[in-house]
Design a protein around this ligand. Structure first.
Ligand SMILES: [Zn+2]
Length: 524
């Protein structure tokens, strides 16, 4: 085996989520999964002596150059047919080059492809750029020209060829036999998911503003893991093939099991898998399900053993009304997952006690700004009155921090009436002084100083005071930074913070958000 081909589906997120129409998204996701399976199954036909196909990538080995080139053409044309762009690389193993050296050459070629640095003819298999035709634009993607009416279902008349294919694929609802199906199809076979976002959000029960949660999950440190595996062995990518295959199988078992545990078995589950490609996973579900779902997946990941090291993920969750554009919500959740993964790298990269990490955002704005920007606006209001103090969020949380926060939320906020809780939440968003004022003036005055009426919150305040140092604002934990911009007492030579300031952390607002969402869940 001397010739190696690497295929890389580019911009999977961008392609799948180019539209906010759920049906087209699901169809595109199925197409990607089927393309992956098509490549794997074409091993015999193409004469490949090696084939690994998972997570948007295909690695194939051939004995001669012609077969390798024919495979590239066939696989790229198949992807082009369903609107996916594939970068490809072909290289020859020379003079006992190791797997690692071959892999590096392939990576360089893929990089050149993406940078537009290869021969013009190498780009022949990319999907055509959409033609701009303002009068006849597809109502699904808003990009390509729509087809002429074919007398079919009314909304399909307005679709372009690509979107039409995707809708048809999703509507076929075929329950393929295990073994010939993609993992995504097997999820469809094992669970009966609700058809549209209204059904997922539960609008039919009368709540127009019913919200959904978009959950995006991405395994930590995968690039390095692959590098380690290929660098550690030179066995014609056999170990790598076993690794990527078992990764797919383990993740399928994990998510299939988590869905069964959290949603049970019934018709029209309030959930849909949006993307299920290798370690790239996105789900939409009714808002009250995401906490148990995320906890279940975090728990399950601990039992996944791939190559010895622990497997963890970065998760991002956005909670928003169901009629917000779903593809924008996925973007935002993706950004939060990225934010969570940075914490993973910062605190525990590859460490023994590595944990999954999570960031979430409850959407309260009407504009579709980035969740991280919105958070800055939400949490930086008291800075103007006190230049020396900054509010900081504790998000992202590690899996165990998140668990603790969920567990304590009820005890903390449980016996406050809903209106008081909203008032306190707003005060907490505003800052430590506003919080103290609210506790002293609103809670006390309104109820004629009857402290015992809300004994939960007063108990919490009391507990807080005994645990914290004197001078800490109530319900806010604070940390000081030193002149190096590191946390005081850390001894670090530099840090990411402003120097010599007080950071006020907002874990109480986070805890209250979790309380609300858990309440909605138990009220069902
Ligand atoms: Zn379209």
């Amino acid at each position: 085996m001397t010739y190696y081909v690497l295929l890389d589906a580019m911009g999977i997120q961008r392609t799948v989520f180019e539209t906010n129409k759920l049906k087209v998204i699901l169809g595109a996701s199925l197409q990607l999964a089927q393309w992956q399976l098509y490549c794997r199954d074409s091993r015999a036909k193409s004469g490949a002596s090696y084939m690994s196909s998972a997570g948007g990538n295909v690695l194939a080995g051939f004995d001669d150059d012609t077969k390798a080139r024919m495979f590239i053409e066939d696989a790229c044309l198949a992807a082009q047919g369903c609107g996916f762009s594939v970068a490809w690389a072909l290289t020859e193993r020379k003079n006992r080059e190791t797997d690692q050296e071959v892999w590096q050459k392939l990576q360089v070629e893929i990089g050149r492809f993406k940078a537009g640095d290869r021969d013009a003819t190498d780009y022949a298999y990319l999907p055509e750029l959409p033609k701009i035709d303002n009068k006849n634009i597809c109502t699904f993607c808003g990009m390509r020209t729509r087809e002429k009416s074919d007398g079919g279902a009314a909304d399909r008349d307005k679709a372009c060829t690509v979107c039409k294919e995707r809708i048809l694929l999703k509507e076929k609802d075929k329950k393929a036999a295990a073994g010939t199906a993609t993992n995504l199809e097997m999820l469809y076979a094992n669970h009966d998911f609700a058809e549209d976002l209204e059904a997922i959000a539960g609008v039919k029960t009368g709540d127009e503003r019913a919200s959904v949660a978009v959950v995006v999950m991405d395994l930590n440190d995968m690039g390095n893991r692959v590098k380690r595996i290929i660098g550690g062995q030179s066995d014609e990518f056999k170990t790598f093939g076993v690794f990527s295959r078992s990764l797919e199988e383990e993740l399928f078992t994990l998510f299939d099991g988590a869905l069964k545990t959290v949603f049970g078995v019934s018709k029209s589950l309030p959930c849909q898998p949006l993307l299920f490609a290798g370690d790239d996973v996105a789900f939409v579900m009714r808002e009250d399900y995401w906490i148990p779902f995320v906890n279940e997946v975090f728990k399950g990941l601990k039992t996944v053993k791939l190559d010895g090291g622990p497997v963890t993920c970065g998760a991002g969750v956005v909670i928003a009304p169901h009629n917000f554009p779903i593809n924008r919500l996925v973007d935002m959740a993706e950004e939060l997952a990225g934010n969570a993964k940075r914490l993973f790298r910062h605190r525990q990269a590859g460490g023994k006690d590595a944990e999954s990490v999570l960031d979430w955002h409850v959407f309260q704005e009407s504009a579709f700004a980035s969740a991280l920007e919105a958070r800055q606006r939400l949490f930086l209001q008291e800075v103007q009155t006190n230049e020396e103090a900054y509010m900081a969020t504790d998000k992202p949380y590690t899996a165990s921090e998140f668990n603790t926060l969920c567990g304590g939320a009820k005890k903390f906020w449980g016996n406050l009436p809903e209106t008081k809780r909203h008032g306190l939440y707003e005060a907490l968003c505003y800052g430590p002084e506003a919080t103290r004022d609210f506790l002293a003036l609103q809670l006390l005055r309104d109820e004629n100083d009857q402290l015992q009426k809300y004994d939960g919150i007063w108990q919490a305040v009391e507990d807080w005071n005994t645990q914290k140092q004197d001078g800490d604002p109530v319900l806010w934990h604070t940390l000081k930074t030193d002149r190096n911009g590191a946390l005081e007492g850390s001894g670090a030579e530099s840090g990411p913070y402003k120097t010599d300031i007080t950071l006020h952390y907002t874990d109480c607002t986070d805890s209250m958000e979790l309380y609300w969402m858990q309440q909605k869940g138990s009220g069902q």
